[in-house]
Design a protein around this ligand. Structure first.
Ligand code: PGA
Length: 255
């Protein structure tokens, strides 16, 4: 089970450190079955990594440039991220697709760049409301998987994380029902199985994202193909985020 926070463009140096310290105080057992990470804004990665260095919460970024280095003013490379202690990076979030024009082709290049630097990509996929209503949800998700993972080989299941985030559920307070989530997660697992074989695909964490909160986390995390959550809004409230981590722990213990 894997619970990852996505802070998006929120916090500043002071509130980020305070938030990270709260997590560090509470999540202190490196042996636990639930992996936890926070994906934070670029300038705060170093401070958050420092605040979390005595605990087992990993740090991720929310984007990475597809090129190795060079004249790309304003961009951030995979080397920079690993040098400040990042181990994860969100790739292809729907907000990047929607507001920054990221295509499956560029997302594919970012996944490859991240993997080449041993940064674990958290690959985000998911359909819009119009696509779901048109009965195209699975076709869209399949196209995004195919596009993002073209020529991508993964050495072990831990090298890749997939996050199913229906766009209509992100930041809207509308959550996919546990049945809707399970149905899509099973479809994703089946696709990954065809691509990477059952052993690898069975071990890849497929997270659900989209208005996951303490009140709905349990029903979602209990679905057999839901291996955790990518948490936006609720990850900015330590009590809520910690409650979701605790729910994941309980659900693991009961599994
Ligand atoms: P949300 O965001 O939990 O605020 O809906 C999830 C995400 O966009 O990763």
């Amino acid at each position: 089970m894997f619970i990852a926070g996505n802070w998006k463009m929120n916090t500043d140096r002071f509130s980020a450190i305070a938030l990270a310290r709260r997590l560090a105080e509470t999540i202190d057992d490196p042996g636990e079955a639930v992996k936890v990470a926070v994906c934070v804004p670029f300038p705060l990665i170093d401070s958050v990594t420092n605040s979390l260095k005595t605990c087992c919460v990993a740090v991720g970024a929310q984007n990475v440039h597809e090129q190795e280095k060079g004249a790309y003013t304003g961009e951030v490379s995979a080397t920079m991220l690993t040098s400040v202690g990042c181990t994860y990076v969100i790739v292809g979030h729907s907000e990047r697709r929607q507001y920054f024009g990221e295509t499956d082709t560029v997302i594919n290049q970012k996944v490859q760049r991240a993997l080449a630097h041993k940064l674990t990509p958290i690959l985000c996929i998911g359909e819009t409301l119009a696509e779901r209503e048109a009965g195209e949800a699975q076709a869209v998700v399949q196209r995004q998987l195919q596009g993002a993972l073209t020529e991508v080989e993964v050495a072990s299941p831990e090298a890749l994380v997939v996050a199913y985030e229906p766009v209509w559920a992100i930041g809207t307070g509308k959550t996919a029902t546990p049945d809707q989530a399970q149905e899509m997660h099973a479809f994703i697992r089946q696709w990954l199985t065809g691509r990477y074989g059952p052993e690898l695909a069975g071990g890849i964490d497929v997270l659900y994202g989209g208005s996951m909160k303490p009140g709905n986390a349990s029903d979602l995390l209990e679905q057999p193909d839901v291996n955790g959550g990518l948490i936006g809004g609720a990850s900015l409230h330590p009590d809520d985020f910690l409650a979701i981590v605790e729910t994941a722990r309980v659900s693991m213990a009961g599994a």
